[in-house]
Design a protein around this ligand. Structure first.
Ligand code: ADP
Length: 297
């Protein structure tokens, strides 16, 4: 499924400009949308799933304007909203069965078979008879993804799926998504957690204050930070000086002081060795350093 976002703007009635002239394009596989809280990710997701209209601009799915083909688009969509909750006391399997009916699965026998297949896929088959609102936080999120998957959607939109999950559940969730992305589906994942964006994302975008500040592969973002992350060993006195001047991203106590990592274009005052950046370093470089440099140019 090819998704094109053209000149998209969203201004809320109170004047908040949540999206500013966004242009993006992606195909099948996993696409990560990263940005701090308030960046505009949920607004963009709500527009893509046709729950909200943009102020201007269009979203095209296979060349079709989603606003003009809402019914058709909704039939191929699965959505896990950020604030996914259960308002019922249905059992886990009953909740999913109900979601299947809503997604248009009429044949009860096929639906029940699909419910159990999905519960198995997300690791909830053993708790299928437990009340959905009695599941743990991680299990609820997994039931959320199962409800987004029922009915065989071609486009799956998940908004902040790992917020509030412990590391185990986060990894598990990521694995479920990356397995899915091997099928011929388009997954759009929004997150403010840099670690959620992995090499399994074919593409990613970085949003900040409603603006698109980066679009490309996670490796491209990392490449931008190459030569801008340094490690050095500092005395306590030097460390105080370094903190004033540089963007310190990690500090580890060593014998005589600190081993410090900083993001910077160069480090003239200290003896510093460049290190290979990871995606977290790249994010800091992009958001704080590069953008600050552009603003003050
Ligand atoms: P994110 O998902 O990245 O945290 P949001 O899309 O939720 O970002 O929010 C983007 C901006 O739009 C923020 O400034 C937020 O306060 C504002 N916003 C979000 N929803 C509304 C709304 N219903 N009414 C007014 N402003 C909103």
């Amino acid at each position: 499924m090819k998704i094109e976002i053209r000149d998209l703007n969203k201004i809320y009635p109170n004047g908040n400009r949540a999206l500013k002239n966004i242009n993006l394009e992606f195909g099948h596989g996993m696409f990560g949308l990263l940005g701090p809280n308030g960046a505009g990710k949920s607004s963009l997701m709500r527009i893509i799933v046709t729950l909200m209209k943009p102020t201007s601009g269009v979203v095209l799915v296979e060349g079709k304007d989603i606003q003009k083909h809402r019914k058709e688009i909704r039939a191929m969509l699965g959505y896990l909203p950020q604030d996914f909750r259960f308002f019922t006391a249905l059992k886990t399997w009953e909740f999913l069965d109900y979601s299947g009916s809503l997604a248009g699965m009429r044949n009860r026998k096929q639906r029940i078979a699909e419910v159990d297949r999905l519960l198995d896929q997300v690791g909830l088959l053993e708790v299928r008879d437990r009340k959905a609102n009695r599941l743990s936080g991680g299990m609820k999120r997994r039931l959320g993804i199962a409800q987004a998957l029922i009915g065989n959607p071609r486009i799956i939109v998940v908004d902040e799926p790992t917020t509030g999950l412990d590391p185990d559940e986060r990894i598990r969730f990521r694995n479920i998504l990356s397995t899915l992305s091997q099928n011929d589906v388009t997954i759009i994942l929004s997150t403010h957690i840099v670690g959620d964006i992995s090499s399994t994302c074919q593409g990613m975008a970085l949003l900040n204050r409603g603006e698109l500040v980066f679009e490309g592969k996670p490796e491209d973002l990392i490449r931008h930070a190459e030569g801008h992350v340094f490690r050095m060993n500092l005395t306590p006195y030097e460390y105080e000086k370094a903190k004033e001047r540089y963007n310190v991203i990690s500090t580890i106590p060593v014998d005589a002081g600190w081993e410090v990592q900083v993001v910077s274009d160069d480090v003239p005052e200290f003896e510093a060795a460049p290190i290979i950046p990871n995606i977290e370093h790249a994010y800091v470089y992009y958001m704080e350093h590069k953008m600050h440099a552009e603003l003050t140019e």
